[in-house]
Design a protein around this ligand. Structure first.
Ligand SMILES: N[C@@H](CCC(=O)N[C@@H](CS)C(=O)NCC(=O)O)C(=O)O
Length: 241
């Protein structure tokens, strides 16, 4: 996929992913923003992982993995940082230049995973209504904190990264299509404009980016996956949970 003009050494890039993964979408959006669109994409079957995935990410055996000239980089947000460092001349910098702003951006990107996503996933996999409701509430509370972060990071501009999307936009933006799919499937709008007006407007802007439109699949397709395939897949991958 994603043929197009190979920019700055992107012909040496290979991405191992699955089409529906928000973590893979982060990397695809970052590659697009950097103009590194000539990479090779390999779709994984998580129930039958390729030897390349197992060898490239032996610790977690998860996607995304980015191979650059054959050398693997694992973990979506570490891959985004790597792209900034390995391809400084390609596209805009995704992390801020100022060291303190960078630290703040890394803090909120980690928060999106450790607080927002970690709570929200239980709204999908929770076994009781109470568990799922508590998880949804915790996910909303995390987004309310990120509403405050938006003001701090954007300094009144359109994105966490300022005038254009950056590191935190990619971190949270990777989840926007899934948040919309969750709305469709569970009838819960996590990005309600009454509760988090800045983030609700930001999500519209993020979803309208070419980089997002070109790499992130339709919400309906993700919603179908969430409805029918997510739990069986997770049970197959992690039978003891
Ligand atoms: N923290 C990782 C999370 C990646 C992740 O959870 N990937 C899932 C797909 S969405 C996966 O590969 N799961 C395979 C497994 O659990 O065995 C990142 O940011 O890259």
């Amino acid at each position: 996929m994603a043929a197009g003009a190979a920019g700055g050494g992107s012909d040496e890039l290979k991405l191992l992913g699955v089409w529906v993964s928000p973590f893979v979408h982060r990397v695809q959006v970052a590659l697009h923003l950097k103009g590194l669109t000539g990479y090779e994409y390999a779709e994984e079957d998580l129930t039958n992982k390729s030897d390349l995935l197992l060898a490239s990410n032996p610790v977690h055996t998860k996607v995304p993995v980015l191979l650059h000239a054959g050398k693997p980089v694992c973990e979506s947000m570490l891959i985004v940082q790597y792209l900034d460092e390995a391809f400084p001349g390609s596209g805009p910098a995704l992390l801020p230049a100022d060291p303190h702003d960078r630290a703040v951006a890394r803090f909120w990107a980690a928060y999106a995973d450790d607080q927002f996503f970690a709570s929200w996933i239980k709204a999908f996999v929770g076994t009781t209504d109470e568990e799922r409701a508590a998880a949804t509430e915790a996910a909303v509370a995390a987004l309310q904190k990120m509403e405050g972060a938006f003001g701090e990071c954007s300094k009144g501009k359109a994105f966490f990264g300022g005038d254009g999307p950056g590191y935190v936009d990619i971190a949270l933006g990777g989840f926007v299509a899934w948040i919309r799919a969750f709305h469709a499937v569970a009838s819960v709008n996590l990005l309600d404009a009454a509760r988090t007006p800045l983030l609700a407007a930001w999500a519209e802007r993020f979803a309208a980016l070419d980089a997002a439109k070109e790499v992130i699949p339709d919400v309906d397709r993700i919603a179908e996956f969430a409805k029918h395939d997510l739990l069986p897949l997770l049970q197959k991958l992690h039978p003891k949970n």
